[in-house]
Design a binder for this molecule. Sequence first.
Ligand SMILES: [Zn+2]
Ligand SMILES: [Zn+2]
Length: 228
Amino acid sequence: MPFFNRKRKEALTPVIGTLLCQARGCHNPTALQCSYVDKRGRVCSGVFCPAHWGVVDGDVYCRRHASTLRALGEAAQERRALPDVDNRGPSLVNWIADQLDSHLRKMLGDVAHGEERILVEKDVKLAYDAHRRPRWERSWKLVETTGMVLKVGIQVDERDDAMVTVRVGSEMVAQGVPPWIARRHSGDEIDPDVDRLRRELFYRFLEENIQDAVKRMRDRVDSPTWVA
Ligand SMILES: [Zn+2]
Ligand SMILES: [Zn+2]
């Protein structure tokens, strides 16, 4: 049930709820149920307090679904664009893309020639591979007036929302389950410093593989034998 006035909701923050927050270690009795409803009409059972919920366009969501809606941008206005309630794909793509964004802009800027420009896709889009398999994606493109020169895509397959795939052009250059997801699956508790180090290594692994592929493809495009 909405706890705010829908006519003026953009001007209002949600009223405090009356449920017990589900966040670990939190006992706030001021939680609300997440408002997310997926394309099949299934609702999210998450219940969180103001310290642990996210607000998008005046509605309260659990953090994952707030992140999913922000990741999808305008596409989130359409219910049929909304992923299954338990799918973390869009929010994971967005998270990784945000972490790599400045590095990728610089990387593409460094290899750009003359009139070439960088186009950055800020929203997560549902794209299809050659076999019509759906995947969530954000991309960075190097374009010139005659078309695309290079594309880097961060992708998560809709059916395996833990696996991150990076493609440069159509070539897969890196793939892996982020360490924080692998850890959650295994249930292991780890030291925060080790956690931070593993995250850094994961991002560096992605960046280095992208860098190698971008350089290789750039060289190929620049090579006179390729043009001939
Ligand atoms: Zn809480
Ligand atoms: Zn939710």
